[in-house]
Write a protein that binds this ligand. Structure first.
Ligand code: AMP
Length: 408
């Protein structure tokens, strides 16, 4: 069975084609800067022995053209991995916000599309692009089932005391203002993988999962289910991120609107694109920040300290939430690769039984590895996330049952 996974952003389209018999990706890539003069496609053919990437610089006017190019690339004699697009069994789509009620992976029909559209108010940067990607796929792969996998699904198990804000209750009733959480597909994937690696049933495992990439979030997982997560109604909340601030005093917004010439648009841009690591030291890529810190740059050092302090604080909070923690799991670009951040994030946690082994922590690996010392009561794992594989797996489950319905 072949599943094509699509993740559509406002100006990008990421894709990965899976053979679900072997659970392996055959090809994948990204169409970038859609609608701009500098657009192009990075396409990688994957095999057991090697990866072969081609970059095609080409003006891509819109998502529809982008998806046509992808369909062509995966069957092309030089870059293709399948004979024709008819061999694709289904298309799995990442949808960021699924809303409040049942948001399990669903076969896409008009009702599901309507619900995704209705939830655009709560995820204006993501849901409209996700929906556009679905509609383009329906057109380019006619007759093929499309399945939506919601980023918020894993967090749907949060109880009201976790997901409600202490605002007037009618804001929740009238406007659905509450915590939804994001990166759910990644947290779910690494949580299940960690349980398997530890030889424990997911339903009997307590974890703190840390997705540390350009966007960052933490999740408290009790007996395999999410009971709290650091992102909120939007992905601005929680940990410090590449260009987003994470938690800060909301009165600052009013203060800035009243006392500066900032308008709403400027404010949103500042919060989404100019804050976080970038706001503190001018850079948002952690590799560049380390390089600058090594040269003695004080702001780069400060950004690293702030970033890891917040992770450590979140870990401590989730120890209090969970009581008993089997493992801490690091994932995504920084979590998987950055031994300095991992070490700093685990500092001072020995009273919780957390002891990192600095040697194991430094050894790079492309497969999951553990970095706790023999004396640690809590395991610490580094696990490569694979949101696309998780989406493909859930798409297969939907195809197999075909009974899941989306209620909103
Ligand atoms: P992601 O959003 O998961 O792609 O992660 C992006 C972040 O991961 C960026 O801040 C990168 O600088 C960071 N990253 C990727 N590789 C490394 C690495 N080898 N060491 C440190 N940070 C890395």
């Amino acid at each position: 069975m072949k599943i094509l996974v699509i993740n559509t952003g406002s100006s990008s389209l990421k894709y990965k084609l899976f053979d679900m018999k072997s659970n392996k990706a055959l090809a994948g890539g990204i169409v970038e800067r859609i609608g701009e003069s500098q657009s192009g496609i990075s396409h990688t053919v994957l095999s057991n022995s090697h990866e072969n990437t081609v970059y095609i610089k080409k003006r891509i006017a819109d998502h529809s053209q982008g998806m046509h190019e992808v369909a062509e690339l995966i069957v092309n004699v030089k870059t293709g991995v399948i004979e024709n697009i008819e061999t694709i069994d289904a298309i799995g789509h990442r949808v960021v916000l699924g809303g409040e009620k049942s948001t399990s992976a669903s076969l896409i029909n008009d009702k599901v599309k309507k619900a995704i559209k209705e939830n655009s108010k709560l995820a204006p940067l993501h849901n409209p692009s996700n929906l556009a990607g679905i509609e383009v796929a329906e057109h380019i792969f006619p007759g093929k089932p499309n399945i939506a996998v919601f980023d918020t699904d894993f967090h749907n198990s949060m109880p009201p005391e976790t997901f409600l804000y202490a605002l007037p209750y009618e804001f929740y009733e009238k406007y659905k203002i509450r915590k939804y959480g994001f990166h759910g597909t990644s947290h779910k994937y690494v949580a299940q993988k960690a349980s398997r690696l530890m030889g424990k049933a997911p339903g009997r495992t307590n974890l703190i999962t840390l997705h540390l990439g350009n966007g960052c979030s933490a999740c408290a997982v009790e007996n395999g289910k999410c009971v709290d997560t650091s992102m909120g109604m939007t992905p601005l909340a929680g940990l410090m991120m590449g260009t987003r601030p994470g938690d800060f005093d909301p009165a600052i917004i009013g203060h800035l609107l009243e006392n500066t010439d900032m308008d709403k648009k400027h404010l949103y841009r500042m919060l989404n694109k100019e804050s976080g690591l970038k706001g503190i030291c001018g850079l948002n890529d952690m590799r560049d920040i380390h390089a600058k810190a090594r040269q003695g740059d004080e702001r780069a050092n400060l950004a690293i300290k702030m970033f890891s302090y917040r992770i450590r604080k979140q870990i401590g909070a989730y120890f209090a939430v969970l009581g008993n923690v089997d493992a801490i799991v690091f994932t995504a670009g920084i979590g998987e690769n950055d031994h300095i951040i991992r070490l700093m994030a685990c500092e001072n946690l020995s009273s919780f039984g957390v002891k990192i082994d600095s040697k194991k922590n430094k050894a790079p690996s492309s497969t999951p590895f553990c970095i706790h010392s023999e004396l640690s009561h809590v395991q610490i794992w580094v696990i490569q996330t694979d949101e696309e594989l998780q989406i493909a797996r859930e798409a297969v489950q939907v195809l197999n049952t075909r009974s899941k319905s989306y209620e909103i």
